[in-house]
Design a protein around this ligand. Structure first.
Ligand SMILES: C[S@@+](CC[C@H](N)C(=O)[O-])C[C@H]1O[C@@H](n2cnc3c(N)ncnc32)[C@H](O)[C@@H]1O
Length: 263
């Protein structure tokens, strides 16, 4: 058996705009023999195409792309305990897939990479999964992380706003936790992973929303304004876009408080 170490890179590739690839990402991609891409459904098709286009443009090769089906995740569990269990189970099955990819598709001494959407540190399980695989001890490897431009940075840039106001906090939350955060928050809240349009439960004035979907892609949609005024429009546009594409990725910033509009 070879003693050579497998080397992996977890490369953040930005949230949709190929021009968001950093020079560090391109350098790491050029040093890679095998790229691993996990995904499913129509979203996977679109995002895989984007990754392949980035490789074609920036990596002279030779390299291989190995695609694998992302394991199915039980999204019926909304209660905190059931949710945590469903995510844990999903992560374990994802780790099984990734471990097999590393063992079977990456020769000892070879360099592999996971091209991660946005930034690997934000709502992405790749780092945790690699640690899980290392802990199992069945396959050994070293890895490094290359940061990417997250959808949160892209959202703020496209709306030309800062995320926080002077000396205030900014929270980042999945949509399903928004109702817990809002009553205690005096700052700004970025909402991600929100399949249920949690903003529609917010009543009253003084809340400003900066919403963006498919950020950085040719299909990008931006809407901003007082929530009371633009909420219905966002819901309509969101539903139409989702029906047209078969999937949607959207993120928004809620700016709270009496000076929200001046943010
Ligand atoms: C699994 S998380 C991955 C986040 C990613 N690591 C990042 O740094 O942006 C997926 C969520 O990110 C947000 N997102 C990612 N790409 C986006 C895009 N191009 N436009 C709008 N939202 C996006 C959405 O809230 C989506 O539900």
């Amino acid at each position: 058996m070879s003693n050579e170490v497998r080397r992996l890179a977890v490369i953040g590739i930005g949230s949709g705009d190929p021009d968001q690839l950093t020079l560090a990402a391109v350098k790491a991609m050029r040093g890679t023999d095998v790229f691993f891409v996990l995904g499913k459904g129509r979203e996977k098709d679109a995002l895989t195409r984007l990754r392949r286009d980035m490789l074609a443009e920036h990596v002279p090769g030779p390299y291989r792309v190995v695609e694998a089906e992302d394991p199915w995740r039980d999204r019926s569990q909304e209660e905190p305990s059931g949710y945590a269990e469903a995510v844990h189970d999903w992560r374990r099955r994802r780790a099984d897939v990734c471990e097999r990819l590393i063992r079977e598709e990456l020769a000892p001494g070879g360099r592999g990479a996971f091209l991660v959407w946005g930034d690997p540190s934000l709502y992405d399980s790749t780092l945790a999964i690699l640690e899980d695989i290392r802990a199992r001890g069945e396959v050994t490897f070293e890895y490094e992380v290359i940061p990417g431009i997250s959808s949160v940075s892209a959202l703020a840039a496209r709306h030309r706003v800062s995320l926080n106001r002077v000396g205030r906090p900014v929270h980042i939350t999945p949509g399903r936790r928004l109702s817990e955060i809002l009553p205690n928050d005096d700052g700004d809240v970025v909402v991600m992973l929100d399949a249920h349009e949690s903003f529609r439960h917010l009543a009253g004035g003084g809340v400003w929303i900066y919403w963006g979907a498919y950020l950085g892609t040719p299909d990008e949609i931006l809407i901003a304004g007082p929530l009371d005024e633009v909420s219905d429009r966002i819901r309509r546009v969101r539903a139409e876009a989702r029906a047209a594409h078969g999937w949607i990725m959207d993120t928004y910033l809620l700016r709270l408080g009496p000076d929200a509009v001046d943010g």
